[in-house]
Design a protein around this ligand. Structure first.
Ligand code: AMP
Ligand code: GLY
Length: 442
């Protein structure tokens, strides 16, 4: 086997993506002495823009040839891919060379997220515990199946649907409506060519992420996302209203089970199909009375899980991502700050539905000035930009990820909430109970 390429002493990085997750990755990469220039594909995000240089051309993956040439010309050593879209489209296959690494799996490996039918079959072959599901590509058979079952279920588009393709249904009538939206009216386009009708699982939801280098696996500390818009887990599902890390919901024996019976078999099953997985593998799980069961795999960091992981991660992110690309994770120095992190997402009024943009944001300096004896506050930008007058304004549904690092989860929760109180924009909304379920259980 060829000797792994060591990381460059000083390397240029291209970061693809422009949300809160990418701001957190950029923030951590900037701490690496190995980083030379950080190039950004999406410099609209005002927090991200401060940390790097904007690429002169649009780099959205639609012109791969131009991206290859641009990366060669600018001596890019490492490409870090935030979102799933470019990975599913094959950006890693296109940009990786002998000298250049790309953090994120190949197109074949990204199917684990981009094609839920593929993921389900992989889990079946590897005997991985997951929600029971049936797969349909015609509405008549799906309707017969739904009418014959009256338990709650989840109807899902098989392809990528920007996090909106899973509809939780309590009755057959709701399931028929969801099936119609996805498979008949094609609300998610070709992502709905196939659907899964899955048993609805009950229990706490956790996110377990692992770095994978083809063979070795490095489990990151488990996180808890909060998907529902409303406090107490009410209201519609969102991309994630906040996260905490670590989570008291998972004890170490259960985490061992997740590693041994879910993550290792999934990576092995991919290898049996000739697919070496490099990058981060995200497992969304429900802790059921019968043990942890997989809801989904993602082929990238979660958002906002990435924000809480990055503020706790100790070690050089450049080296860690490089090690995952080059099969050398066993030699990497990875550790976690023993303190707890809590990220509270401040969003625009109306999110996850339609919302207005362009609302001036104030108070971020005041929020970050709370750093000190109680812990640290880092405000990650998600949907922000500068308007023509140079003011910082809202530019998305999820606007900011107000993240605190403190002695324990209660302290991190309190500090993040105190920081949110300092920040203002018209219609700002956030959940005040991020981390509470864990607080109750710890
Ligand atoms: P997915 O697109 O598969 O990640 O689903 C989005 C969200 O829907 C998950 O994070 C869960 O909160 C919920 N969900 C998905 N599948 C199930 C299931 N089988 N049982 C209960 N909740 C689910
Ligand atoms: N926080 C959930 C996700 O990134 O998919």
């Amino acid at each position: 086997m060829a000797k792994p390429v060591p990381p460059p002493e000083h390397g240029n990085v291209l970061l693809i993506g422009g949300g809160g997750r990418e701001h957190a990755l950029a923030w951590k990469l900037k701490q690496s002495p190995r980083l030379a220039t950080l190039w950004l594909t999406d410099p609209d995000n005002a927090g991200l823009a401060r940390l790097g240089r904007p690429c002169p051309q649009k780099m959205d993956g639609s012109n791969i040839f131009m991206m290859q040439r641009w990366c060669d010309h600018n001596d890019i050593h490492l490409v870090v891919v935030g979102p799933e879209g470019p990975l599913a489209a094959g950006i890693t296959d296109a940009l990786k060379t002998d000298r250049r690494q790309v953090f994120g799996p190949t197109k074949a490996a990204a199917q684990i997220e981009a094609d839920k039918t593929f993921a389900k079959q992989l889990m079946r072959h590897a005997a991985i515990s997951t929600a029971e599901a049936r797969i349909f590509d015609d509405a008549d058979s799906a309707e017969v199946y739904i009418r014959a079952h009256d338990e709650p279920c989840v109807v899902k588009a098989s392809g990528l649907a920007a996090g909106k393709g899973a509809i939780v249904c309590d009755t057959p009538a709701e399931a028929l409506q969801a099936m119609n939206r996805i498979l008949v009216r094609r609300e998610f386009g070709s992502a709905g060519d196939k659907i899964l009708i899955e048993e609805k699982l009950c229990g706490h939801e956790v996110s377990v992420l692992a770095l994978v280098d083809g063979r070795s696996i490095w489990l990151l500390d488990p996180c808890q996302d909060h998907k529902s818009l409303g406090e107490g887990n009410t209201g519609p599902n969102t991309g994630g209203m906040g996260a905490c890390c670590p989570t008291g919901l998972l004890d170490s024996p259960t985490l061992d089970v997740i590693q041994r019976e879910i993550i290792v078999p999934a990576v092995d099953a991919l290898r049996r199909e000739g697919i070496d997985y490099h990058g981060v593998l995200y497992v969304g799980l429900i802790l059921t009375p019968a043990g942890p069961k997989v809801l989904e795999f993602n082929c990238r960091f979660g958002d906002p899980e990435c924000q809480v992981l990055m503020v706790r991660l100790q070690g050089d992110l450049f080296e860690i991502l490089w090690a995952s690309c080059t099969g050398t994770l066993d030699d990497a120095m990875i550790d976690f700050d023993p303190r707890a992190a809590c990220c509270v997402v401040m969003c625009s009024d109306g999110y996850p539905g339609p919302y207005e943009k362009g609302k001036p944001i104030t108070g971020i300096e005041g929020a970050e000035a709370l750093s000190g004896g109680r812990g640290e506050v880092i405000v990650f930008h998600a949907g922000t930009t500068h308007n023509q007058a140079g003011e910082l304004v809202t530019n998305g549904g999820r606007v900011l990820g107000v993240t605190a690092l403190a002695e324990d989860l209660q302290a991190a929760h309190d500090l993040a909430n105190a920081a949110c109180e300092k920040i203002h924009f018209d219609g700002a909304y956030y959940r005040r109970d991020i981390g509470n379920r864990v607080l109750v259980h710890s």
